[in-house]
Design a protein around this ligand. Structure first.
Ligand code: FMN
Length: 358
């Protein structure tokens, strides 16, 4: 690492959707000799890609073939929504781990960071959660599901859209039902959505609003396992409240989403063009420490509450060693977004090192 990413950050979301993933090498073959259990599914590995880099079935199928056995189809909605204009991903000038107290502050993008960037990869991403129309994404989810191999499980991420006269929980539930109809074997709801009920922050920080949604989604999808995707909560007692409120309705927690920062150009002006984009999400190498500390807290909360929901560790998993670090915390699965974009052979290398060490 780094090599040319499979997502071309110099192109628009649409171009990446239509032409990607940009991966031309031969796909190495693994020999699977034993399967593991994840939420009742027999899987080749408990390694996946979280919601984001897998824009459509072509992306899902390439990464599934590369050995990411738990691919999450990028967040969809109950109606069409456009993407923010390019650029949508920018490399940050950040070679050290982010500390909790720095979250919400300001970060600079790296000057002249193109495909030849050789530092650690931490990026900001800002898409605005675009979605195809449900007819289109449902047909595409069906295609993704049909093309996946043995021991692989398709997860679809869904978000509700606040609006005049919209019952947000109902919109989440409708999206989740559509995902299951299309073939999702597990549904994930992205709770990084503005909290229209209290008007404050995001849903994932609000025990009542988030659990109202997870309860409604669970009723809508029945037996299909439900994951909630959490952002970072620095106050452990608030995190506990949110998780305990949601626990009766869910089968798992995927954590963490991107960390919010103000992202500026080297001259201090906003890095991303257009209104409302000064604050954007940061992911990749520099968030690993914060992400792992939230994963540990989630494992403790699960134990304390006597629950058995799975914890999916997400954030800064860039290398096979990072993946092992997550598993040694006690997470049930690990997912890599930024790492897998820059190193599509990450799953293969993790598997190979496991064989050598076995
Ligand atoms: C290109 C890109 C797009 C993303 N889009 C979504 C999304 O649509 N929904 C979501 O829940 N998270 C999204 N994320 C966040 C990731 O799922 C993940 O939580 C975050 O990137 C941290 O993992 P990482 O450090 O491995 O990148 C996106 C991340 C990236 C890099």
């Amino acid at each position: 690492m780094p090599s040319q990413p499979t997502y071309r950050i110099d192109l628009s979301y649409e171009d990446n959707y239509k032409q990607g993933p940009f991966f031309k090498d031969e796909i190495p073959k693994r020999k699977i000799t034993r399967r593991e259990n994840f939420l009742g599914f027999e899987v080749n590995s408990r390694l996946g890609i979280p919601a984001g880099p897998l824009l459509n079935a072509n992306w899902v199928l390439t990464y599934a073939a590369l050995g990411f056995d738990l691919p999450v189809y990028k967040t969809v909605r109950t109606h069409f929504a456009p993407s923010h204009p390019a650029p949508n991903c920018m490399i940050l000038d950040l070679q050290e781990a982010i500390k909790e107290k720095e979250i919400g502050g300001q970060l600079k993008v790296a000057p002249n960071a193109g495909a030849d960037w050789t530092g650690d990869i931490s990026i900001t991403n800002s898409f605005g959660m675009p979605s195809r129309d449900p007819k289109e994404w449902q047909a595409d989810v069906e295609k993704a599901k049909a093309g996946m191999g043995e021991g692989q499980v398709l997860i679809v991420s869904v978000v509700g859209t606040p609006g005049e006269g919209v019952d947000l929980a109902e919109d989440y539930a409708l999206g989740a039902r559509m995902a299951v109809e299309a073939g999702a074997e597990i549904v994930e709801i992205n709770l990084s959505c503005p909290n229209v009920i209290s008007g404050e922050g995001s849903l994932f920080t609000d025990p009542n609003a988030s659990s109202r949604i997870s309860a409604k989604v669970k009723r809508a999808i029945g037996e299909t396992p439900l994951l909630i995707k959490m952002g970072y909560i620095s106050d452990p007692s608030r995190l506990t409240q949110v998780i305990l409120a949601n626990a009766p309705h869910i089968e798992g927690v995927a954590s963490v989403n991107t960390l919010p920062f103000e992202v500026v150009a080297p001259d201090g002006s906003p890095a991303l063009p257009g209104e409302g984009r000064l604050r954007s999400g940061v992911c990749g190498a520099a968030i690993k420490n914060c992400a792992m500390s939230q994963a540990s807290r989630l494992i403790k909360i699960r134990q304390m509450g006597g629950y058995d929901f799975v914890v999916v560790g997400v954030g800064g998993a860039m290398s096979p060693q990072d993946i092992r670090d997550y598993f040694s915390l006690g997470v049930d699965a690990v997912m890599s977004a930024t790492g897998a974009m820059w190193d599509p052979l990450l799953a293969y290398r993790f598997w190979k090192e496991g064989q050598e060490g076995a």
